[in-house]
Design a protein around this ligand. Sequence first.
Ligand SMILES: [Zn+2]
Length: 117
Amino acid sequence: MTDTSIYKHKLLEEKKRLTSELGTIAHPEKGDESWGAVGTITDESINADPNEVADKLEEYETNFAITDSLNNELRDVNDALARIEAGTYGVCETCDGVIEDDRLHANPAARTCKAHL
Ligand SMILES: [Zn+2]
């Protein structure tokens, strides 16, 4: 039986880090489960300097990409926390085998064992 308390602690730390990173570039869309990138093109900015609009669009695209990848990480962390609660943490999604301890140490949100990366 895997001792999940250490992983739970790591996952909660990771969740805190992801949430605070998301807080700087995004806003929550559904509780803290999903975030949307900040900065859309508004009616106001359509009349603005085209260079400014291009800058804003580029900033939004960058934020969108970062938000997307942070959202994925956050989803993995939340899923791992849910698996701890459900008692299924540390089980490979592909082969139902046990995920190696060192793999979980490196990535507590891992879904699969080393053979099924
Ligand atoms: Zn596996």
